[in-house]
Ligand binder design. Structure first.
Ligand SMILES: Nc1ncnc2c1ncn2[C@@H]1O[C@H](COP(=O)(O)OP(=O)(O)OP(=O)(O)O)[C@@H](O)[C@H]1O
Ligand SMILES: Cc1cn([C@H]2C[C@H](O)[C@@H](COP(=O)(O)O)O2)c(=O)[nH]c1=O
Length: 207
């Protein structure tokens, strides 16, 4: 049986990891086989690339290099982890995926959403997510939720993070069927109810 790929997206501090945990626990109680992974990372090579991307030390990649390193981590994850799990019938829950590249590199860094779609489409082929939940919240609220020491992307200014949010809203308007917007300004339990509602409504799995 073919599984499903569900990705959770949104600006920094939107509550993605919190919701991934809640969804995975819920789906497991319903008898689904669930695999949780994340981006960048999820493979040993991907975790090395993650460190390289998020460190504040040394030379920062130019936007084009940044986009390609995120894509490299994704290509490795898709081939080594996601596709085999889907073939084995797993629900794969991925904490960030291709839409982060469209919003951060495509829109906020200004490289172009179409350009990022093409670069990623080259290796994703038909492995685009079955469903993407975008947690939508104003960055001036979500950034306050984060720990004190910030990584390279989190350290960008508020204007950049506002562009990221704008990027996700654009992605939603471009892919209104695959992506669902959830108000993430509420408490985690309230957000989880909305997330479950959207998963149910999408019809990709029966819960
Ligand atoms: N809806 C919420 N309201 C308030 N606080 C929240 C909410 N969801 C998560 N948090 C808290 O905010 C912090 C960041 O949450 P979490 O790690 O889930 O966000 P994230 O979107 O995965 O962050 P990042 O972008 O850094 O990966 C945690 O301390 C978490 O407990
Ligand atoms: C996949 C992906 C991620 N990013 C950015 C978004 C975040 O700032 C970091 C990842 O850190 P997190 O704690 O896991 O949220 O990387 C990006 O710019 N482009 C991407 O494709």
């Amino acid at each position: 049986m073919k599984g499903k790929l569900i990705t959770i997206e949104g600006p920094d501090g939107a509550g993605k990891t919190t919701q991934v945990k809640k969804i995975s626990e819920y789906l497991r109680t319903k008898g689904f086989k669930v695999l949780v992974t994340r981006e960048p990372g999820g493979t040993s090579l991907g975790e090395k690339l993650r460190k390289l991307l998020l460190t504040l030390e040394g030379e920062s990649p130019v936007p084009e290099a940044e986009a390609l390193i995120y894509a490299a981590s994704r290509a490795q994850l898709v081939k080594k982890v996601i596709v085999p799990a889907l073939e084995d019938g797993y629900i794969v829950l991925c904490d960030r995926f291709v839409d982060s590249s469209l919003a951060y590199q495509g829109w906020a860094r200004g490289l172009g959403i179409k350009e990022l779609t093409d670069i990623n489409g080259w290796f994703l082929k038909n492995n685009w997510p079955d469903l993407t939940i975008i947690l939508d919240v104003d960055p001036s609220q979500s950034l306050k939720r984060l720990r004190k020491e910030k990584d390279r992307l989190e350290s960008e200014n508020l204007e950049f993070h506002k562009k990221v949010r704008e990027g996700f809203l654009k992605v939603h308007s471009m892919y209104p069927n695959r992506t669902r917007l959830v108000d993430a300004s509420q408490n985690p339990e309230h957000v989880f109810e909305s997330v479950l509602f959207e998963i149910e409504k999408s019809g990709i799995i029966k819960i």
